[in-house]
Design a protein around this ligand. Structure first.
Ligand code: KG4
Ligand code: ZN
Length: 330
């Protein structure tokens, strides 16, 4: 029975998880509050915080799992994509531990892990399934034929949708990360109050840079009082626009592939507007939908551990010379 320790450090969460024979035993995450005051993740501060957090987070993950270091079969780490300095902390720690224990090392792709987060617990999607991965760094629709057979059907040509949420939030003075706040205020707003022009992209590709510009023009002649008074309606309208862009392409992907097993993954899949739109669509068109539990949507080591479990079965280990790949692709 393989027991794997997994470490995630690609951005601003230091996380460790233990998985035994595909069953998750623990998942511990330390979130870095230090970035809030700067309005975004500061790479150097992220690296330092990872350095401080990694040992206690790993110790806690092992303690909660009731597993000693000597019982581990392998150590997994996020190899990319992500911030180089942040990835270096997790990978160096994982390599040292694997070397000390003389056990194999597994390098995990963070995007593949978001997609395979659906296998942590029931209900698990059946192959082949479609997955819309939406995070601060990625917006992609993929067809998943097997854990390591993933085909990209469409992706963003510029900003990620999470970035679009965060950037528009910043423009109305909300702190970083603004996505969850837009979600919260949108609940009390009218999604049809304001309309923003949307550029239709070809095929299954996305573009989100235009909406930020459109939003900037919208705000240009608006007073601070107007923004404060209409905050909920503005948030609801922005969220509605972004969710519509995602849903339009998802419907197209289902039509083109004929696959009705539909999953969403990544930080933005925590968005309640997207969850509601997906649920409504599923009822109308008889899709089977899969939405991860909130803690498995945003960055976490449980999904890294789940992916490592598959890689271990496939014998896909990496050597001690493995290094972080900030621009790693699927
Ligand atoms: O997957 P994730 O934790 O990190 C990356 O790999 O990027 O995604 C973070 C992104 C941020 O842009 C954040 O604002 C967004 O996910 N996000 C949300 C919500 N929760 C997180 N966006 C909209 N609504 C939410 N509820
Ligand atoms: Zn992520």
């Amino acid at each position: 029975m393989p027991i794997i320790l997994a470490i995630e450090s690609s951005c601003d969460e230091t996380s460790a998880a233990v998985i035994a024979d595909g069953q998750l035993l623990s998942n511990i995450t330390a979130t870095q509050a230090v970035h809030t005051q700067y309005g975004g993740v500061v790479p150097e501060l992220a690296s330092r915080a990872h350095q401080q957090n990694v040992v206690p987070v790993v110790a806690e993950a092992l303690r909660v799992a009731g597993i000693s270091k000597q019982q581990l079969s392998a150590v997994a780490f996020t190899q990319g994509p992500g911030l180089l300095g942040a990835l270096l902390v997790g990978s160096s720690f994982a390599k040292s531990l694997a070397l000390g224990l003389n056990i194999p090392l597994l390098g995990v792709n963070h995007i593949q892990a978001h997609i395979l987060s659906h296998f942590i617990e029931e209900p698990r999607p059946k192959f082949p399934f479609l997955c819309l991965t939406v995070s601060g760094g990625h917006t992609q629709i993929v067809q998943v034929n097997a854990p390591s057979d993933i085909k990209i059907l469409g992706e963003t040509q510029d900003d990620a949708v999470g970035e679009a949420f965060d950037k528009t939030a910043k423009l109305i003075g909300l702190p970083y990360p603004g996505g969850p706040l837009i979600d919260r205020y949108a609940k009390d707003g009218n999604p049809k109050a304001f309309a923003f022009p949307v550029v239709e992209m070809q095929h299954l590709d996305f573009s989100f840079s235009g909406i930020k510009t459109a939003f900037m023009y919208f705000l240009k002649d608006k007073s601070a009082e107007f923004i404060a008074e209409n905050r909920n309606d503005i948030c609801a309208s922005v969220q509605y626009t972004l969710v519509e862009i995602l849903m339009r392409k998802l419907r197209k992907a289902v039509r083109e592939t004929g696959i009705t097993e539909v999953a969403i993954a990544g930080g933005v899949s925590a968005n309640s507007g997207l969850r509601n739109a997906l649920t409504a669509e599923a009822e109308k068109r008889h899709w089977n939908i899969y939405v991860p539990r909130f803690e498995y949507c945003t960055d976490n080591a449980a999904m890294i551990a789940m992916t490592a479990h598959f890689l271990y079965q496939e014998n896909k280990t990496v050597g001690q010379n493995a290094s972080p790949m900030p621009r790693m692709t699927l």
